[in-house]
Design a binder for this molecule. Structure first.
Ligand code: FES
Length: 201
């Protein structure tokens, strides 16, 4: 796993991310650098993932970002702790975020959660030897393709117990399952294919 919090006291940007951080800060007027807090925290979480295999934000990393934009540490921590996209504790290599909001619930998110449980995933825990963390989240904005999960940067949609099981099996086997609709829908077009605008080039 990723070690202790103090291990990250010397967190610094990689050269590529240093340039990216400066580019992000440059989007905002002088004196308003604090506006860059969200993309900078996101960038830092990505760097942690690349460097340690675990996408999370230890306190020293949050403090590093706060210092760069002259923001009080507590304000940066307030932002990081408000949004679920920032992980304040280590997560598994694959962060399985199952949407349990009403459209997904009505279309079978309980089956998706059952598939996760049957593969040993437990809500809020790092399981399967550091491979998975399961989190139940609120609407991820893909309701038309409910039920769905987000795993790291990809959405998996139109899920059933069987297709969720297949996705987890593929990840366990070191494969990359196909993201998107699991029943072949393009984006959120109707099941069975488009019914209008069929001839648009
Ligand atoms: S309710 Fe699940 S994506 Fe919106």
């Amino acid at each position: 796993m990723s070690g202790t919090v103090t291990e990250f006291a010397d967190f610094r940007w990689t050269e590529a991310n240093r340039q990216e951080a400066e580019r992000i800060i440059g989007r905002y007027p002088k004196g308003r650098e604090a506006s860059a807090i969200m993309p900078l925290l996101w960038l830092a979480q990505y760097q942690m993932s690349a460097q340690t295999g675990v996408a999370w934000l230890p306190l020293p990393v949050i403090e590093f970002v706060a210092a760069q934009i002259g923001m009080p540490k507590i304000r940066a921590l307030e932002v990081a702790s408000f949004y679920t996209m920032y992980n304040l504790a280590p997560v598994g290599r694959f962060h399985v975020q199952v949407c349990g909001t009403t459209p997904c619930m009505l279309r079978g998110s309980d089956d998706v959660l059952r598939a996760c449980a049957d593969k040993g995933l437990k809500k809020g825990d790092v399981t399967n030897g550091g491979l998975f963390t399961l989190t139940e989240v609120e609407c991820l904005g893909a309701c038309a393709n409910a039920p769905m999960v987000q795993i790291n940067d990809d959405n998996y949609e139109d899920l059933t117990y069987e297709s969720m099981t297949a996705i987890l099996d593929a990840l366990i086997a070191g494969k990359t399952p196909k993201a998107g609709s699991q029943i072949g829908r393009t984006a959120s077009c109707p099941e069975g294919g488009p019914t209008t605008l069929k001839d648009v080039a």
